[in-house]
Design a binder for this molecule. Structure first.
Ligand code: SF4
Ligand code: SF4
Length: 469
């Protein structure tokens, strides 16, 4: 029998309907008249394509090619099995170095828990020492070598991210590690192409440090929530005072020094309401790249009911404005790339790709920096010379968290472009949730983005040449 694949989803594009297979990811647009003919023909439950009228036949053949229609009743299972074989094997290429678990801010939405006195007590006051740093570098290099069979480090450059708490509290160690890595580039093939960046709230940057970071080749990512005091009202110091004005002076200083930075913009409710200012911010400073973060819930912070939808729409609206300026936002770009290349996007973070380790200030080794406060999924220690991350059962479990493996995701139109969001957030959303649960916040973003991409492509095509009729 000829029928629609269970992975086929329909999108209303005005005068046309888009038929889209969530794993083949190539939409086919049909004018509504011809779609109605096709639909009527399918309702007859045709055994073979030869019963179709002349004007439908070519279209049907094309839809079969794109797997939107199937003739073989086992075809959906075969496509899914094939896709599952492409799920990348765990291979470490990202390492978070937690230089200090302490932070000079207490952002109200901090999912690590720096805004919470109880969780804060769990953070060690000891910053990463030289001897921990030395062992951590050796540990990471060993993991890179162990992973080299599963990954091409020329294409997937290894990455060190200096993180915290606030990493610049321990600037001395950042400088030490970055210098050591740079010195190792000649003798150690695994780190030859390694990239380094620091994710910071920016307040501890000064001219000397900024110039040093540039010389060391350490990219700077600064977290900010928008261009106004209101949109940054969640970012406060440990006494609850706003820090926005101070941060602007730091951005000015970096601009004068001609140092490129990335911005990490957390979408607070206030940020979403101050729509135009984000573009001002990006244009005013020397912004190399930026990314939006959708806020996460935790046991101490819950987002409003309408927040997820508003945040998803905000990202789409900003994308439309920013692409005219040739500025692309990372979160949207990842989905756009998967869609444009019809290439399954298996996971949305390095941890769920089975590609990441986190080394805490005292040398414990974990999977996700979001678990620093309770050390959940901290699975080893830099002293363990026999540990192989890519063979570790927890890392393997995380590497399987892709929507491709989730029962609840199989009927979802966004299956191919989604990547599945954040398992830690998923585990916070409802009682009894685990890392295997759905990150429902992310579902809204994925589905709305796909809807936008399919309709946007149609708009672009009809502007160019008109839809098939
Ligand atoms: S699991 Fe969540 S918190 Fe952890 S690295 Fe991934 S996105 Fe970040
Ligand atoms: S996580 Fe949500 S959006 Fe992503 S594929 Fe699953 S159901 Fe769809």
């Amino acid at each position: 029998m000829v029928e629609l694949s269970k992975f086929t989803h329909l999108f209303d594009c005005g005068e046309a309907v888009a038929l889209y297979h969530s794993l083949r990811m190539k939409p086919v647009y049909l004018k509504k008249g011809i779609f109605k003919k096709l639909d009527d023909w399918l309702k007859q439950k045709p055994e073979a394509i030869d019963s179709a009228s002349e004007d439908l036949l070519g279209i049907i053949k094309e839809l079969i090619k794109y797997k939107i229609l199937k003739q073989d009743k086992f075809e959906d299972e075969k496509v899914l099995e094939f896709v599952k074989t492409k799920l990348p094997k765990p291979a470490i290429n990202v390492c978070y170095f937690i230089l200090s678990e302490q932070c000079n801010l207490s952002c109200k939405y901090c999912f690590i828990g720096n805004n919470d006195q109880e969780k804060r007590k769990n953070f060690t006051k000891l910053n990463m020492s030289k001897s921990v740093a030395d062992k951590a570098i050796d540990f990471f290099i060993r993991q890179l070598k162990e992973s080299s069979g599963n990954i091409n480090f020329e294409e997937n450059k290894p990455v060190i991210i200096f993180y915290g708490g606030e990493p610049l509290i321990n600037f001395e160690m950042l400088e030490y590690i970055a210098t050591k890595i740079n010195n190792l580039r000649v003798s150690e093939k695994a780190v030859k192409n390694l990239e380094m960046s620091v994710i910071t709230n920016g307040l501890l940057l000064n001219e000397e440090r900024a110039i040093k970071l540039k010389k060391l080749g350490v990219g700077i990512g600064i977290s900010i929530d928008g261009f106004t005091e209101e949109s940054n009202s969640m970012r406060v110091d440990n006494s609850g005072n706003p820090i926005f004005k101070k941060l602007l002076t730091i951005l000015d200083m970096l601009k004068k020094l001609n140092i490129s930075i990335s911005l990490s913009v957390t979408l607070s409710e206030e940020t979403i309401n101050s729509r135009d200012e984000i573009i001002d911010l990006i244009q005013a400073y020397n912004i190399k790249s930026f990314g939006f973060n959708i806020m996460m819930s935790s046991d101490t912070f819950v987002v409003s009911e309408k927040y997820n939808e508003k945040a998803a729409q905000f990202i789409i609206d900003q994308f439309i404005k920013l692409r005219k300026l040739g500025v692309y936002e990372d979160r949207m770009m990842r989905k756009l790339k998967a869609f444009a290349e019809s290439k399954i996007y298996f996971s949305d973070c390095a941890a769920t790709a089975g590609g990441q380790i986190v080394i805490s200030s005292n040398g414990e080794v974990g999977i996700c920096q979001g678990c620093l406060h309770n050390k959940k999924y901290f699975i080893s220690d830099i002293a363990d010379e026999n540990f192989i991350a890519s063979k570790n059962k927890d890392i393997i479990e995380w590497s399987q968290l892709s929507p491709i493996n989730k029962e609840e995701c199989q009927d979802c139109s966004a299956l191919g472009i989604c990547g599945g969001g954040c398992p830690i957030n998923a585990s916070y959303i409802k009682q009894n949730n685990t890392i295997h649960s759905l990150d429902e916040r992310f579902c809204i973003h994925s589905k709305m983005t796909l809807d936008f991409l399919i309709k946007d492509l149609y708009r672009a095509m009809t502007d160019d040449q008109g839809a098939r009729n």
